[in-house]
Design a protein around this ligand. Structure first.
Ligand SMILES: [Zn+2]
Length: 146
């Protein structure tokens, strides 16, 4: 075993959202072959020109923080982190511009607004979201300052 992280069973929270397992995970978006519009998540048809020939397109892993807020209380269902009011830890939520392609909403690994600034460089990371009773870690994506 060259990578101890993989000793734990880790599964994505949903299929087709990011490449996993992967040494360098990427978000899976869609790209229109006719007008080059990029979407995340992938969509069956192009929101710009309406074609239904969208192709899978892996998104850049680096981007810039466009805007953000912090989630300071436990979100209501269907949020399913397994946390309780007592165990909940705040996290940031941001809109990240990936390359010149698309803006993506996601968690930010930093919850302290003092550590965040507009336009700062961030990169995609895959982080544990919750641990199921059988020990399986359910993973989600987030962005961390570079
Ligand atoms: Zn299109």
């Amino acid at each position: 075993m060259t990578n101890e992280r993989r000793a734990v069973n880790q599964v994505p929270f949903a299929p087709d959202v990011f490449t996993w397992p992967a040494d360098r995970p990427q978000l899976i978006g869609g790209r229109c072959p006719k007008c080059a519009a990029v979407t995340f998540p992938a969509q069956a048809s192009c929101p710009r020109c309406g074609t239904s020939e969208m192709q899978e397109h892996l998104l850049p892993v680096r981007g810039t923080l466009w805007t953000w807020t912090t989630q300071d209380f436990l979100p209501k269902e269907p949020y399913a982190s397994g946390e309780t009011l007592e165990s909940f830890s705040p996290f940031g939520v941001g809109l990240v511009q990936l390359g010149d392609e698309v803006r993506v909403e996601g968690r930010i690994t930093v919850a302290d607004p003092a550590e965040l600034e507009f336009g700062m460089d961030v990169e995609l990371v895959i982080v544990p979201f919750r641990t199921d009773p059988d020990g399986t870690q359910v993973m989600t994506y987030a962005f961390q300052p570079v």
